[in-house]
Design a protein around this ligand. Structure first.
Ligand SMILES: Nc1ncnc2c1ncn2[C@@H]1O[C@H](COP(=O)(O)OP(=O)(O)OP(=O)(O)O)[C@@H](O)[C@H]1O
Ligand SMILES: O=C(CO)[C@H](O)[C@H](O)COP(=O)(O)O
Length: 290
């Protein structure tokens, strides 16, 4: 936690929609003239794609078929916690990118599946913005979550998450359905042990719930659209949240619990703007006063 150099972390599984949610924050940052240091969670994988294959094979030979990108062994969680801590103290740190496909790799003259070199965060950023798998991670030895000032979980119902992952991995990353299903199966223990517990540490969770049949996600032809879904928004601490204002501004929204507002899927973007703009402005106001 840092008043002078605050950290916002968006956490979700692969395909949950964290990149999509990031666009909402971009809008807030642009409108409010806030300079954010962006951290892509996948850049804290321990291995590039080639060496991950080798590490998975080594694990398999030792009887572990569940070595995965969701677990602590395959990620630099200590370094991630170190970046959060260091940025909170100094506003500095080093970041890189994981290049998922040829389009992302081309501008760097690199291959898909490689990391770009580590680079300094530019001087003079107002906050750090993390988007990825482990923003609220806590293990026996590492605590990333403790350093974040605002933690947001993005968690569709699991069938929808798998549909989103299947579509994104097939259409943007060139994988087959079978390869994606294998990955989902391999990651399951790490998903339960390291991904889902994070959503009890987040300040706000966004859970997209479809209103169409997603009972067999592996044959779904399309991702349910925004209008074919609701979004359940849960606040860990509802004190200070102006629910009457949100209910009046977001048409057809309703409260399902004292700390939960449900909005039509098409209003998710509006809901994010209304909820996060005052929160980000408060972080900036505290920073100015520090
Ligand atoms: N609210 C939404 N409505 C409709 N489609 C969505 C929504 N959120 C995400 N999607 C779709 O789901 C897919 C996965 O979303 P996205 O790329 O944002 O996931 P991600 O969590 O960033 O994944 P990763 O961390 O693995 O990169 C994309 O095709 C995206 O268009
Ligand atoms: O999105 C992911 C995790 O968030 C990817 O699964 C991970 O980054 C590995 O990518 P690839 O299998 O394309 O090398």
């Amino acid at each position: 936690m840092s008043v002078k150099h605050p950290i916002v972390a968006i956490t979700g599984s692969s395909g949950a929609g964290t990149s999509t949610v990031t666009k909402s924050f971009d809008l807030v940052f642009r409108r409010e003239n806030i300079k954010a240091a962006i951290v892509e969670g996948d850049s804290f994988h321990r291995h590039d794609r080639k060496s991950m294959k080798v590490a998975m094979e080594e694990a398999r030979l030792q009887g572990n078929n569940h070595f995965s990108h969701f677990g602590p062994e395959a990620n630099l969680l200590e370094e991630l916690a170190g970046l959060f801590k260091g940025y909170g103290e100094t506003g500095m740190g080093k970041v890189r990118k994981y290049l998922h496909n040829a389009d992302e790799a081309a501008p760097y003259g690199q291959q898909s599946g490689e990391f770009t070199p580590w680079e300094d965060i530019p001087a003079g950023t107002d906050l750090m913005f993390y988007e990825g798998l482990h923003g609220a991670a806590v293990t026996d030895t590492v605590n990333v979550a403790q350093h974040a000032d605002l933690l947001v979980g993005v968690v569709p119902t699991v069938n929808l998450e798998w549909i989103q992952k299947l579509h994104r991995d097939k259409n943007q990353r060139g994988y087959s359905t079978e390869a994606v299903v294998d990955t989902i199966l391999r990651r399951m223990p790490d998903y339960i042990n390291y991904i889902t517990p994070q959503f009890s540490r987040t300040h706000v969770n966004f859970q997209r719930v479809p209103t169409v049949d997603t009972s067999n996600p592996f044959i779904a032809r399309d991702i349910p659209t925004a209008d074919e879904s609701f979004v359940v928004i849960r606040f860990a601490n509802p004190k200070g949240i102006d629910f009457p204002y949100l209910l009046s501004m977001i048409h057809n929204s309703f409260m399902s619990r004292p700390n939960i507002i449900v909005v039509p899927g098409g209003k998710m973007e509006l809901a994010m703007q209304l909820i996060f703009t005052p929160m980000i402005l408060r972080l900036m106001e505290n920073r100015r006063r520090a």
